[in-house]
Design a protein around this ligand. Structure first.
Ligand code: AMP
Length: 281
């Protein structure tokens, strides 16, 4: 695996690869890697001649400075895992390579209602920060295929929109959520859970499963309340438990029995905020 830390190095390397006719797959991450990230690398390796992973903890997407401070960094282990997974290139830039001036000049991305619901509502500015870094990264790593996880369902929709806004010739490939044996969605933030919290954390996927099992056409209001109560009873502080149209994430109050749905939730277990989602039908 080749490691690049500067924009200049990686862009000249990729220019040569493009001239050789290489197909490029890109997996952007914030590090503290787990098998969920590695599954994206594996998917990219199947489709592309060259797989690039980036590790960059993007300061502009943290609406809570404490969350940024506590974000886990495990770079040596990450490099080992990527090498073992057969990743070809790692881009590991310092902040000044991505943002020569920080805070960067603000550009406003038109994300429409996506920014006003769920993560957009509870993490103001988060998706603008995500778009800011992805705009920069996708212009440095001009990629044929971009691999992202369904674990961040709304983020995938935002990035799809960004690709359209920027008119990029990149295909977004959304990969399934990898889970631990007890069904907790893998996440870098899981490292911050105490042993006790780690046991409690399974309530999130149990809650989504509860929604899936009890889903019926008609009003979803009672089901949402039941699901929220289930989590609150397990000491979670809930940001949202919602049932949405799987295609556009609009909130569904009454289900016609046909529209594809996804249940999404975000909740704090003490200091750690966990998110998960599950397609329902
Ligand atoms: P992050 O490092 O958390 O920003 O995640 C980098 C990429 O990995 C994003 O596209 C995530 O959606 C994806 N990802 C995170 N957790 C998982 C998981 N459990 N399964 C599959 N993909 C994941």
């Amino acid at each position: 695996m080749i490691l690049f830390k500067t924009v200049e190095q990686i862009t000249s390397f990729l220019k040569n690869k493009k001239n050789e006719g290489c197909n490029i797959g890109f997996v952007p991450t914030m590090g503290a890697l787990h098998q969920g990230h590695i599954s994206l690398v594996a998917a990219s390796r199947l489709d592309n001649d060259l797989t690039i992973c980036s590790i960059f903890v993007n300061p502009s997407q943290f609406n809570d400075p404490k969350d940024l401070e506590k974000y886990p960094v495990t770079t040596e282990k990450d490099i080992y895992m990527l090498e073992k997974a057969g990743c070809d290139v790692l881009f590991l830039p310092p902040v000044q390579e991505i943002y020569p001036v920080y805070p960067p000049e603000k550009k406003q991305y038109d994300l429409g209602y996506l920014e006003t619901i769920l993560e957009g509502k509870f993490r103001p500015g988060h998706f603008q920060g995500v778009c800011m870094v992805m705009d920069r990264l996708l212009h440095i790593i001009v990629t044929d295929n971009l691999y992202m996880g369904q674990k961040d369902y709304q983020q995938c929709m935002v990035i799809k929109r960004l690709i359209g806004l920027l008119n990029l010739d990149t295909t977004l490939i959304i990969c399934p959520t990898l889970r631990e044996n007890d069904k907790l969605a893998m996440s870098s933030r899981n490292m911050r859970l105490t042993a006790e919290e780690r046991k409690q954390a399974t309530a999130i996927s149990e809650d989504l499963l509860l929604i899936k099992k009890n889903l019926q056409p008609g009003s979803l209001s009672n089901l949402k309340t039941k699901a929220a109560t289930f989590l609150a009873d397990k000491n979670f502080k809930i940001d949202y438990v919602e049932i949405c149209d799987a295609n556009d994430l609009s909130i569904v109050e009454n289900w016609d029995g046909k529209t594809p749905l996804v249940a999404l939730c975000a909740a704090f277990l003490n200091e750690v905020r966990l998110i998960d989602n599950m397609p329902l039908n």
